[in-house]
Design a binder for this molecule. Structure first.
Ligand code: NAD
Length: 664
């Protein structure tokens, strides 16, 4: 062990050097400490046996800050910024392992490293402002390069510390280490030992939104110069793909209301009362949507137990809104009073619309529709919330198929804005027009879809999720697949989405749709196995990933082993799969299936598909939806990539590409 100062020591763990700061009680940057860190890092870097260097604090914390008592004293005149620069120039990767409070000079030293890992309870911050100061070790310059401008401004201006999760999300740290920090940091160091070094100071500042630049100009430029800059930035924004995508989404959400064969003067019924069948996940949320819009709604179940469960969920959802200050207790009571829970069909004869949200089972749905056909008034709209089943077959259980329509809400139905209105072959125009208008009344965006298994959204998501599963069977990890798609901008990774929706739900849908599988077509193998093991995703605490009590995911080694075993048994060769391939295969699946849906007129226009994906599936709005995104990469490029995977491009896609056209 080498010691050049009383406060810092160096020890080698194989090819990883560990520099430990030991200046109790809080490892403050007293004279000798920064120099010690610098010198021992240099010693370690000069050792040919060493691949990477970990810097860690002894005791309860990393460096908690500068030694406040030393401010202004001659001895403390050492330039911290220079020391940090020296650390940053180290030719071998320097990994800062943070725990406790890495504040002020502590965070600045940490940002001089090439990587940062943190214990789950660790905190980082630039609290200098609380002493009337600003960061003095280049923190104002490095923090925006890691966290982006807005976050850095907030941290430096308010001086409030942030926790490990926030630090990870904002890019200040690279990983949270559960368990022993030093062990985790050494393992991380081995992973990055041979990677090229990226210095914080060489990174570009992100989050420098044009609006921020323009507003900052007001403080640094004359009014005229500021206005000129604003004009320039405005023009640049206007030409950007992001702005075009957002404008496409804005107009798209209005365009979907127009249905070419349904004239504007089609009579629209006023929906003043509703009835919902089934108080499960969907029925409860649908009933809340009606109550939120001030429409009285009957909620029917088969057993008192199920009814109580459903109502308890509704109550606790409302109560949490009250707690968050979204509305008052009186408002909650008013909404609850609009929901009439019951076990019978009493009052159904008054309803203007009945929405069936029972189990996804054709026989059950036909029985229910047969029953409501005998009770409902002639003008009542008979809607089903089925996700995948044939609307025409459901309608055939009634003597009035023209009154039957799909009203496909998305989970959670009281929150999600999308409503797919599904047109059966007999559905009347007034029923469609009324369903579209009803969407607006319930503050949803209604999109018309044709009657095809899964309609627009789920038909496409089925292909997308299938591809995500193929990727893990071929060697990608669950985490790689999820991350590639969230990096693309999806609100959630595909396998995280299956875990949220429920592996059991997917399984039930597969049972109902097995007859549509083409013989010889590759089918995913792992989801059924997870179902058999009772791993339904978030609701059982494990599925593709493991979930803790707060539903926070972590990798599940058993699932990983299961995937490898299944792949081996099926003879699927394993390989490393790039992030680009993961994203392409998933997103191109959406695009290719979208093109088929368009060609079959299941969607009226490409923009309808985009609106479905923006509002129902967390597709990034700044990319405009899958079909708009395809247009931005260019359809011939889309074809090229599809063919590279040896897929068959949808005929419409091939045709548009050949003609040099776009979807939108
Ligand atoms: P769920 O299992 O949570 O709830 C179904 C409820 O219906 C149960 O409480 C059950 O007791 C009740 N029920 C069954 N038969 C009934 C009857 N004859 N009368 C009254 N109640 C009855 O299911 P869910 O997830 O709410 O799904 C309901 C429907 O919505 C399904 O068709 C499903 O495909 C569809 N859907 C589900 C989702 C989703 O994400 N869960 C999204 C969109 C559509």
């Amino acid at each position: 062990m080498f010691t050049v100062s009383d406060f810092v020591t160096l020890a080698n763990h194989g090819d990883i050097a560990v520099v430990t700061i030991d200046n109790p009680p809080v490892n403050a940057l007293s004279p000798g400490v920064p120099e010690g860190i610098r010198d021992l890092i240099a010693t370690a870097a000069a050792d040919p046996a060493i691949e990477a260097i970990v810097v860690i604090g002894a005791g309860t914390t990393f460096i908690a800050g500068f030694d406040i008592r030393e401010f202004g004293k001659a001895k403390a005149n050492l330039n911290l910024a220079d020391v940090i620069l020296n650390i940053e120039n180290t030719a071998k990767p320097v990994i800062m392992a943070l725990h406790g409070t890495a504040f002020g000079g502590g965070l600045e030293v940490a940002m001089g490293g090439h990587y940062r890992v943190i214990a789950p309870s660790g905190q980082v911050g630039q609290p200098e402002v609380k002493l009337g100061l600003i960061p003095g070790g280049s923190g104002t310059q490095r923090l925006p390069r890691l966290a982006g401008l807005a976050k850095a401004l907030d941290m430096c201006e308010r001086g409030e510390p942030i926790g490990a999760d926030d630090a990870l999300r904002s890019g200040i740290v690279d990983r949270i280490i559960e368990g022993d920090l030093l062990e985790g940091a050494i393992a991380f160091a081995k992973e990055v030992a041979r990677k090229p070094i990226v210095r914080t100071r060489d990174r570009a500042v992100t989050g420098l939104a044009p609006a921020t630049i323009a507003v900052l100009a007001s403080a640094t430029m004359s009014f005229e110069e500021g206005c000129r800059l604003e004009r320039e930035l405005f023009d640049r924004c206007l030409r950007s793909t992001e702005s075009k995508a957002l404008i496409h989404a804005f107009f798209g959400e209005r365009a979907v209301a127009k249905i070419p064969d349904i004239p504007k003067d089609t009579p629209i019924a006023d929906i003043r009362s509703a009835a919902v069948i089934g108080a499960g996940t969907m029925g409860g949320g649908i009933a809340m949507s009606y109550a939120n819009a001030g429409v009285p709604v009957i909620l029917k179940e088969t057993t008192q137990d199920a009814l109580d469960r459903g109502l308890n969920t509704i109550r606790s959802n409302y109560a949490s809104s009250v707690k968050k200050g979204r509305f008052t207790q009186e408002e909650m009571n008013r909404r609850l009073a609009l929901i009439a829970p019951q076990l019978t069909y009493d009052g159904f004869e008054q309803a203007d619309v009945i929405v069936e949200a029972a189990f996804e089972n054709m026989a059950l749905k036909k029985t229910i529709f047969g029953e409501i056909d005998t009770i409902a008034k002639p003008t009542c709209i008979l809607a089903t919330n089925t996700s995948t089943l044939d609307i025409d077959e459901i309608a055939s259980a009634t003597k009035r198929p023209e009154m039957v329509v799909g009203q496909h809400f998305f989970s959670p139905a009281n929150v999600m804005r999308l409503l797919e209105v599904v047109r059966g072959k007999a559905t009347s125009k007034p029923v469609i027009a009324t369903s579209m208008a009803l969407g607006k009344k319930l503050k949803k965006i209604a999109v018309l879809a044709g009657n095809s298994p899964g309609f627009i959204g789920n038909r496409m998501i089925h292909i997308y999720l299938r591809e995500a599963q193929f990727l893990v069977e071929e060697g990608a990890t669950v985490e790689q697949v999820n991350e590639a798609l969230t990096d693309f901008g999806m609100a959630m990774g595909p396998l995280a989405m299956s875990d949220l929706a429920g592996i059991d739900v997917g399984w039930r849908i597969r049972q109902e749709s097995k007859h549509t599988e083409k013989p010889g077509e590759r089918q995913p193998l792992v989801a059924d196995k997870l179902y058999e093991l009772g791993r339904y995703g978030q609701k059982t605490g494990r599925g593709w990933s493991l979930y803790d009590a707060n539903r926070k995911p972590s990798p599940d080694p058993e699932t990983a082993a299961l995937i490898r075993q299944i792949a081996q048994e099926a003879g699927i060769p394993q390989r490393k799969i790039s992030r680009q391939e993961i994203t392409d295969r998933c997103i191109l699946s959406l695009i290719n299936e979208g093109a088929k849906i368009l060609e079959e007129s299941i969607a009226l226009r490409a923009v309808d598909i985009d609106v479905v994906y923006l509002n129902g599936y967390g597709f990034p709005r700044y990319k405009g939806g899958p079909m708009f995104y395809a247009d931005t990469i260019g359809l011939s490029e889309v074809i090229k990539r599809i063919e590279a995977f040896h897929w068959q491009p949808a005929p419409l896609l091939a045709k548009l590409a050949a003609e040099g056209k776009t979807f939108n």
